[in-house]
Design a protein around this ligand. Structure first.
Ligand SMILES: [Zn+2]
Length: 216
C-alpha cells in the first residue's frame, strides 16, 4: 500500500469515525491547543520527514475515553479523555503514541492484509470504492492494534515527547489515568487489545531510561 493510499483511506474514513463520537468538539480554543501540541511533536521528530499529513481532531464524545489514529496521519482524541488529562505533557503522550501508530504503519499493514483490500486492489479502482471503505475494511482492522503495536507506539511516543521537551514520565501518568478509568471494562483503543497498563508502565520507564542514555 502506498503512502498516498494510506492518506486517502485516512481522509475518507475520518468523517465517519468523527460521527461515531458525536462529531467535533465545539471549541476552537481547545482544538487549537490540541493542534499546537500535536504539530509540535511532528515538527520535532522524524514524523515531519514522512509524506503523511498529520491532522488532530478533538471529538465531542464526553463518555468514551479514547484516542486513535487512521492511516496516513488522521489522529483523534475524545473530549472524555482530554478532560481526564492533568497537563500538556500528558496530552503530548497520548498524541505521540498515536503518531507512533501512523509512523509504524500499524493500521495500514492490517488493511493491506485484509481480504477487502486484496479484492479491491486486484480490480476495482481504489478511489471509486472509497465510499464504503470503513464498512468494507471494518473497524477492527482499522483500529485493532495488537500488543506489539501498542508497545512500539508507547516507545515512539516517549521519544517524540523527549524530542519536544516534554516530560516523558507523564506518559506513565497517562497509564495511571487509563488504569483508574478502566475498571472492569477497559478503554477502547486503549482497550481489549492493549497490554495491561501496569505492564506498559514498566516498558515506558525502560524506554525513558534508554533514550536518556542515548542523550535525548
Ligand atoms: Zn495505541
Amino acid at each position: 500500500m502506498s503512502s498516498e493510499e494510506e492518506i486517502a483511506i485516512g481522509l475518507q474514513s475520518a468523517p465517519h469515525m468523527a460521527e461515531q463520537h458525536g462529531g467535533l468538539y465545539q471549541s476552537q480554543e481547545m482544538q487549537d491547543f490540541v493542534d499546537m501540541v500535536g504539530n509540535k511533536l511532528v515538527q520535532n521528530s522524524l514524523a515531519k520527514d514522512t509524506p503523511y499529513r498529520y491532522e488532530f481532531h478533538l471529538l465531542a464524545d464526553e463518555n468514551t475515553i479514547n484516542a486513535f489514529a487512521l492511516p496516513g496521519g488522521q489522529i483523534f482524541i475524545t473530549y472524555a479523555l482530554l478532560s481526564k488529562l492533568e497537563n500538556e505533557d500528558q496530552l503530548a503522550g497520548v498524541l505521540g503514541h498515536e503518531i507512533g501508530h501512523v509512523l509504524g504503519r500499524h493500521s495500514a499493514e492490517r488493511i493491506a492484509n485484509s481480504e477487502f483490500w486484496q479484492t479491491l486492489s486486484q480490480g476495482a479502482s481504489v478511489g471509486a470504492d472509497m465510499g464504503g471503505l470503513v464498512g468494507g475494511i471494518g473497524q477492527n482492522v482499522l483500529l485493532g492494534n495488537g500488543r506489539g503495536d501498542e508497545l512500539e507506539s508507547d516507545d515512539l511516543g516517549v521519544r517524540f515527547m523527549m524530542r519536544s521537551g516534554y516530560d516523558p514520565n507523564e506518559m506513565v501518568g497517562v497509564m495511571e489515568i487509563l488504569k483508574s478509568a478502566g475498571g472492569p471494562n477497559r478503554i477502547p483503543e486503549f482497550q481489549s487489545t492493549h497490554p495491561d497498563p501496569d505492564n506498559r508502565m514498566d516498558k515506558i520507564r525502560a524506554s525513558i531510561k534508554k533514550y536518556r542514555e542515548q542523550g535525548f
